[in-house]
Design a protein around this ligand. Structure first.
Ligand code: OAD
Length: 235
């Protein structure tokens, strides 16, 4: 079993999180048992073509997801990670999750590679913070009346280049890189793992299962996020 690690030995630390980070809160993952893409075809719910064909169907799906996420609470792993970040100025959280759970646990800055369920975006006027309620207050832009879409990186969307560049820079500088709960099969996000390995970071994977990228990690913790994050990292 891995001994506890004190982050004070590292000036730059990155936690890179995926859907498994929120699984113990009750937020479903995308793949594997109970995964969202086993129940829903992303082609009908999570791409621009689906939105263009039937925006209300896509928005209803996202409202339902918001409702489910709002009913969940951050767990001990989210809380511990936020406390680690508060204690360590060089700790960055980079997430593929759109659920806002790190922020609800008190994390101060989170790089959201795939956007957020809690923002909407107008094609002309950019992103708007919404109310954070399950139901969207508006489905149209208040300025131009155009349809608002969730500010999420859907299938076939490009990731936000500035956000990705920020993540890449943080990872290149990291001396310790910890991946938590990601299958590592969705690119370009998964490509950030080899970036960390090439930069010579200490590499730790937290995931109960083997992943496509496990071979890149010198240390693998086969425990869940809620157990391993508080156990392995000392404030
Ligand atoms: P996946 O659903 O692909 O993978 C979840 C990973 O979490 C798997 O490797 C599981 O073994 C692991 N896991 C499950 N429970 C866990 C637990 N309690 N603790 C730790 N790990 C656990 O999710 P992502 O890798 O995040 O894109 O998927 C990447 C992207 O694909 C998502 O961001 C999403 C999806 O399509 C968008 O929404 C744009």
């Amino acid at each position: 079993m891995m001994k506890p690690i004190s982050l004070s030995a590292y000036s730059r630390v990155v936690f890179f999180t995926g859907a498994g980070m929120s699984a113990e809160s009750g937020v479903p993952t995308y793949r594997g048992r109970g995964g969202i893409w086993a129940e829903y075809r992303w082609e009908e719910y999570a791409c621009q073509d689906a939105f263009d064909a039937d925006p209300n169907k896509v928005l209803d799906f996202h409202e339902q997801r918001r409702g489910r996420v709002l009913a969940c609470q951050p767990h001990a792993g989210h809380m511990h990670l936020a406390a680690l970040q508060a204690a360590h100025p060089g700790l960055s959280i980079i997430t593929q999750n759109t659920d806002g759970m790190h922020q609800r646990a008190g994390a101060r800055e989170v790089v959201e590679l795939h956007g957020s369920l809690w923002r909407m975006r107008c094609a002309r006027h950019g992103a708007v913070e919404d109310l954070g309620a399950a139901v969207y207050e508006n489905r149209d832009c208040g300025l131009c009346g155009g349809l608002l879409r969730p500010d999420i990186t859907w299938f076939a969307d490009a990731v936000n280049a500035a956000v990705f560049a920020r993540a890449q820079q943080l990872i290149e500088e990291a001396e310790l890189f910890v991946a938590v709960g990601t299958s590592g099969i969705v690119y370009p996000a998964a490509g950030l793992v080899p970036v960390a390995a090439r930069s010579g970071a200490r590499m730790i994977e937290i995931n109960p299962d083997e992943t496509e990228l496990s071979g890149m990690f010198g240390e693998r913790v086969r425990e869940t996020a809620g157990v391993a994050v508080p156990r392995v990292f000392e404030i």
